[in-house]
Design a protein around this ligand. Structure first.
Ligand code: ACO
Length: 704
């Protein structure tokens, strides 16, 4: 684990490039440190000035007596290497490099940044930035940044790749009443990246939820490893911007075309327990929800309202999300009936009517909190001439104290007349929204995370399958020697067979006699297919004959294929003719793989056949996650193909165990052989007993 205590709770901080001019960044950093109430030693470093803000200056860090944990560097880029070198020599443990002008500016800047990295590595000094705003910890307290202001103390950590976002969110947080434990500006991530900080914040006792704004993930594998562990302890919510689908467009396989980097991010986030949001307001709404509310024990929501319309909107949103409307216990319904006006709706949503004063809200709240069938509560309030927004807000806070184990959200639908009531709720740590959909979205997020935490008790891993790696290696060797990247049908079937993935083996015959012998060995009826790296569409050139029942039929078909191919494509190199068994009809599915640059191999499963891209009934998982039966079952169950496999309209159910094993082995194969860039088994025919891969396409990378 990265122990980053020297960044968040340093004993000494030096500011290199500290300035006495209030308009300079070097001044703002010293001033922020002082104003934040930082209790450690502050050493402003400036060769020309004697003191800054009453603190004595040192001409260089080398002149400081005693150790320095952290250096904040704000000198122009051209001096930064020398300054960092001095920090290393002085034994500084971590450096925040505020300075811009590195890789974000082009190749010269990149070289300069690489020099920074080299200096950091030489001295074992961890770097934040360059090109960043700095970082803050409200509990230390420490403001090692040039942002304008210091957040309210709280329990949200915000990690941002955009410096502007840090500054903007900080400013907004004051009016939103949001408290933070840490603010971290990542900058160019020359050394420490989002994963390092997620790990550190997960271990920070003052942080309850980790929010991340990321434009990219530096190291996919590390990210998944860190988040898989960290998300067991704390919720991580990410707003990921700037995903590109260019990779998907360039892909040649079905799977590759369906995948794409956005999907890889989605898959990686889900797999590692990270919640993803699409916009800033959701990111912070979720942050607020996690920071103030307990995790719900289930998905059943009660709504209390004084207005029908908004309650219907909320109910619709709940039905659409993974949440459900609670069904009250009989006792609750009876009590509501006895105590609320006859016109009230006593089933969920509870409508206490437009003339409701605080007493009716109180009663409905108490009953909802008491009801065992309710896991969380949303109070939706619209102002009327007789309503009491502030008193109702006070009541919500009181009840929340009495029932702290159930989350409560408020929707105060209005502006001016509700401002005071809203302020009471915000101050009292009840997430308060203007519209019901936002409340439902935030509640859905925390429920999803609660489900995830419950389901996380590690499923037992499947045993390592028996496989023959040597055959796969030898096959790839031959393909590369032949200057190809795409395997021929018989080669691909050999690879699958070596990994125990059910496949209809095909064998290459280079003569009529050999074709006959193979046919006899595998059993009639057989199929013959021309084998040539130049012929992709074999049927178009008459290169395929099916349903051959005897030696004689094979002989004739062999000669016919050879004659036709020679006629239509006289220049195509012919390797021979592939012989395989005719296979029975079955449920056609696809198992595929495409490799994401960030996160590695992704496995696809879904309805197979020629309409894969049209139907898009495909679920994706990172291959690394498919090491247990439960994960594979879930992947299959997500698709419509599963309905067919279970036995649709009286059909026999298919052999799902064999399918699970095939997916598991495919995931192993693509993890064992990084050179496989794309792969489709399409269709894989699944029967009531067993399965067979009919068409297999494997592409490997050229060797370096
Ligand atoms: N050791 C100590 N002090 C030094 C050294 C040194 N080796 N070299 C220079 N200094 C002093 C200077 O004398 C000066 O002090 P002074 O005011 O007493 O003269 C001080 O350090 C600053 O140096 P300047 O040359 O005045 O540089 P300036 O303050 O104009 O700019 C800065 C430095 C802020 C680092 C600039 O180069 C820069 O990178 N600006 C952009 C920062 C930024 O945007 N970062 C990304 C944030 S993310 C976002 O976009 C929001």
């Amino acid at each position: 684990m990265s122990d980053l205590g020297f960044l968040f709770d340093p004993k000494e901080v030096a500011v290199i490039g500290a300035s006495a001019s209030p308009q300079k960044i070097g001044y703002a950093i010293v001033s922020n440190l002082v104003k934040s109430g930082y209790k450690g030693k502050i050493y402003p470093i400036n060769p020309r000035v004697k003191e800054i803000l009453g603190l004595p200056c040192h001409p260089s860090i080398g002149e400081v007596e005693g150790p320095v944990d952290l250096a904040v560097i704000a000198v122009p880029a051209k001096y930064s290497i020398g300054v960092l070198q001095e920090c290393g020599e002085a034994g500084v443990k971590g450096a925040i490099i505020i300075t811009a002008g590195f890789k974000e500016t082009g190749i010269e800047g990149l070289k300069l940044e690489q020099e920074l990295q080299a200096v950091g590595q030489k001295y074992g000094m961890r770097l934040v930035g360059p090109n960043c705003v700095g970082l803050m910890d409200t509990h230390t307290p420490l403001n090692a940044s040039f942002a304008a202001g210091f957040p309210e103390k709280g329990n949200i950590s915000f990690i941002s790749q955009s410096g502007a976002m840090v500054i903007a969110i900080l400013d907004w947080s004051f009016q939103a009443g949001l408290g933070f434990s840490r603010f971290i500006s990542l900058g160019n991530k020359s050394d420490l990246d989002e994963s390092d900080f997620i790990e550190s914040c997960a271990a920070d006792p003052n942080t309850r939820v980790i929010l991340v704004y990321a434009e990219d993930i530096s190291d996919g594998e590390k990210f998944i490893r860190v988040c898989t562990t960290a998300s067991r302890v704390k919720p991580i919510v990410i707003l990921k911007s700037g995903t590109s689908e260019a990779g998907a467009q360039a892909a040649s396989s079905h799977t590759g075309a369906l995948a794409g980097s956005n999907l890889a991010y989605d898959t990686a986030f889900r797999q590692s327990g990270v919640l993803r949001t699409d916009d800033m307001s959701d990111l912070f709404n979720l942050g607020l929800a996690f920071s103030t509310q307990p995790l719900p024990r289930g998905n059943r929501v009660a709504i209390i309202t004084n207005s029908g319309g908004p309650a219907i909107i909320a109910t619709d949103a709940i039905e659409k999300s993974g949440l459900g409307m609670a069904r009250f216990e009989k006792a609750t319904i009876d009590q509501l009936r006895e105590n609320l006006p006859a016109e009230s709706n006593i089933y969920n949503p509870i409508d206490v009517l437009g003339d409701a004063r605080v007493d009716r809200f109180l009663f409905a709240l108490e009953r909802s909190f008491e009801d065992e069938n309710v896991d969380s509560v949303i109070v939706i309030f619209s102002p009327t001439a007789v309503s009491e927004p502030e008193k109702i807000a006070d009541t919500i806070l009181e009840q929340r104290k009495k029932y702290p184990h159930k989350p409560v959200f408020a929707v105060y639908m209005g502006g001016k007349t509700l401002a005071k009531g809203k302020a009471i709720l915000v101050k009292g740590n009840v997430p308060t929204f203007t519209f019901p959909e936002s409340a439902v979205k935030a509640l859905e997020g925390i429920s999803r995370y609660a489900d995830f935490r419950q389901a996380r008790d590690a499923a037992p891993q499947l045993p390592l399958p028996q496989v023959d790696r040597t055959i796969v290696k030898a096959t790839f060797y031959d393909v590369i020697k032949d200057r190809r990247v795409l395997l021929m049908g018989h080669e691909a079937s050999q690879v699958l067979d070596a990994y125990g993935i059910p496949v209809n083996r095909s064998y290459l015959a280079t003569s009529v006699e050999e074709a006959c012998q193979i046919s006899q060995k595998i059993g009639f009826p057989v199929v013959l297919k021309i084998s040539s790296p130049r012929i992709a569409h074999k049927t178009d050139v008459g290169g395929v004959e099916i349903g051959l029942h005897s030696r004689r039929e094979v002989e004739k078909a062999y000669n016919r294929i050879t004659e036709r191919v020679n006629r239509f494509m006289p220049d195509a190199p012919i390797y021979g003719i592939e012989v395989s068994k005719m296979v029975d009809e079955g449920i056609e599915v696809i198992i595929g793989m495409s490799r994401d640059i960030q996160f590695g191999p992704m496995i696809a499963f879904g309805l197979g056949g020629i309409y894969v891209n049209l139907l898009q009934d495909v679920s994706f998982r990172l291959a690394s996650s498919l090491n247990n039966r439960k994960a594979i079952e879930e992947m299959i169950a997500e698709t419509k193909a599963f309905t067919l496999l279970k036995g649709y309209r009286g059909q026999k159910s298919a052999d799902i165990d064999t399918l699970i094993d095939a997916i598991y082995r495919t995931a192993r194969l693509v993890q064992d052989f990084e050179e496989i860039t794309e792969m489709d088994i399409n269709p894989l025919r699944v029967y009531s007993r067993g399965a067979t891969g009919v068409d297999v396409k494997i592409t490997i990378s050229k060797p370096d």
